[in-house]
Design a binder for this molecule. Structure first.
Ligand SMILES: [Zn+2]
Length: 260
């Protein structure tokens, strides 16, 4: 677990307590077996609030920014890195609000920056290589280039749930990740997380997994996972926990890695 946590000394970390998390802590069974964490000296170890009855799923995030290569002295985030982080925080907050009824929360624990050459992911081979070496056992990987191109080579896509084509292990252990570009659509990460947790597309008007905009469909802010979809994802989460593909955090990191 340590490799997921911020390496900043605790004294420089800002306490990030998401609004409403306390009220979300109600009695319900954990969906994943939690990895063990020290119960004493937790803050010194860079840990903050306990996840309690929330299933906190660690997420590794690797984003692209136009100025990553030039950088700023002292590791300060650059202007476009700041924009990339703001986009990521918005996508994640929107997704987590849709997972709240399941008592599931995705928690970024590692931040990395994509190479300048990974700006545009435009082939199946590029989708393989952008994620393959960044996958971390136990965590969800989100790779965020500037642009994702459909495999037809022309049309733009906003996100995809991708399986490593070179990996022939079982369905549950097979390396998979999300590629979510810096899209103007707020729901992309939530939709791809739905695929990650085993959901197919849906025709239900309110479902987040419905990718068609039909007349009379409610606005995007009303979209959510249906009760049947939540049950299906809960089953998949348990299976992924058993397989060791995902491991829940017992503690929230004291610092939000997506906040500059
Ligand atoms: Zn989809």
């Amino acid at each position: 677990m340590v490799q997921f946590l911020s390496t900043q000394p605790p004294s420089t970390q800002r306490r990030q307590r998401p609004p409403g998390i306390g009220s979300m802590i109600v009695a319900t069974a954990l969906l994943l077996p939690a990895i063990t964490a020290p119960t004493t000296g937790a803050r010194a170890a860079g840990l903050s609030d306990p996840c309690g009855r929330i299933t906190c799923i660690p997420m590794a995030v690797h984003l692209w920014a136009a100025d990553t290569a030039t950088g700023l002295p002292g590791g300060t985030v650059t202007p476009d890195q700041r924009r990339a982080l703001a986009h990521a925080r918005k996508q994640l907050a929107w997704a987590n609000a849709r997972f709240a009824p399941m008592k599931v929360r995705f928690v970024p624990v590692k931040l990395g920056w994509l190479a300048p050459t990974e700006r545009r992911i435009d082939s199946a081979a590029a989708r393989d290589t952008v994620g393959r070496d960044r996958v971390q056992q136990g965590a969800v990987l989100w790779v965020g280039p500037w642009q994702l191109v459909d495999l037809d080579g022309h049309s733009e896509r906003h996100g995809v749930h991708w399986r490593d084509r070179a990996d022939e292990r079982s369905e549950l252990r097979r390396r998979r990740w999300l590629i979510v570009a810096r899209s103007r659509y707020i729901f992309v990460l939530a939709h791809e997380l739905g695929h990650f947790l085993g959901l197919p597309h849906s025709k239900a008007a309110l479902s987040l997994m419905n990718k068609h905009s039909t007349p009379g469909r409610p606005s995007v802010h009303a979209w959510r996972f249906t009760a049947a979809e939540r049950r299906r994802m809960a089953r998949r989460l348990r299976a992924l926990g058993k397989a060791g593909t995902l491991r829940a955090l017992r503690w929230l990191p004291a610092a939000d890695v997506l906040s500059p």
